[in-house]
Design a protein around this ligand. Sequence first.
Ligand SMILES: NC(=O)c1ccc[n+]([C@@H]2O[C@H](COP(=O)([O-])OP(=O)(O)OC[C@H]3O[C@@H](n4cnc5c(N)ncnc54)[C@H](OP(=O)(O)O)[C@@H]3O)[C@@H](O)[C@H]2O)c1
Length: 255
Amino acid sequence: MSQSLIGKTALVTGGSRGIGRTIAERLAQEGATVALTYNASKAAADEVVAAIRQAGGNAFALHADLVDAHAIAALFEELDSELVDRNGSNGLDILVNNAGNSGWGGLADASPESWDTIFAVHARAPFFVIQSALSRFVNGGRIINLSSSLGARPLPVVPIYSMAKAAINNLTHALAMELGPRRITVNAVAPGWVRTDMNAAVRENAEMVAAIEADTALGRFGETADIAAVVAFLASDQGRWITAQVIEASGGYKL
Ligand SMILES: NC(=O)c1ccc[n+]([C@@H]2O[C@H](COP(=O)([O-])OP(=O)(O)OC[C@H]3O[C@@H](n4cnc5c(N)ncnc54)[C@H](OP(=O)(O)O)[C@@H]3O)[C@@H](O)[C@H]2O)c1
């Protein structure tokens, strides 16, 4: 690993499991001090922090239920205090909006409440987390939003999730223009199918797995490290000239 992020600070939402966990571990390996958030999985978040520290990295965990818009102010108060204790400043260099809830919702079984719950975490929270992060951001920072290939090519069985990811793609473009003068880059990474809890039920169905792999140019499910590698690149100095992009990292899904 290059240790290209020594001296940087990063906030990764939903770092207790899945893709967010691997992103948090990867950014810490690269030298960043990583704040990772969790909602229901405190024990898992503590385990990620312990694993990062065991490997010589620096991380801490913060609680935030991102269904609740008011949780964001409290999250940033805690983040400030933890960063000031460690670094003498609450400056933030990298924000990864990764948290995502499932219960994806189809047209027939959706309710206004289920729609709001999915949009709250996948679309509203990234917007307001960015709003709060901006006063902590240094010039030249990085915002990386986790989207999905479904943001551009929606899956009819999950219209709400697909809509929310389209919203994130749109936000990525809008904010890249807004924040360019501060040399803050804003990009989205759009995975296809990645082996995490989010699709555990799908992966129990051998026929569906075979169909997904047949629809993927590189012929397999993605792994969390496949996505973390792209995020680490965008977060590093190597990614400095890339902004307003939705980078699909799907192994070539449904080309
Ligand atoms: N896996 C895929 O195939 C795939 C494909 C495309 C895009 N993505 C996107 O990648 C991101 C990560 O997905 P994943 O597969 O890694 O999911 P995952 O394994 O299910 O993990 C979800 C993470 O989000 C957190 N989270 C869930 N509900 C939350 C809430 N109400 N408030 C705050 N945090 C909450 C979870 O924290 P707790 O457990 O602590 O509650 C967990 O850390 C999501 O944005 C997802 O849409 C995933």
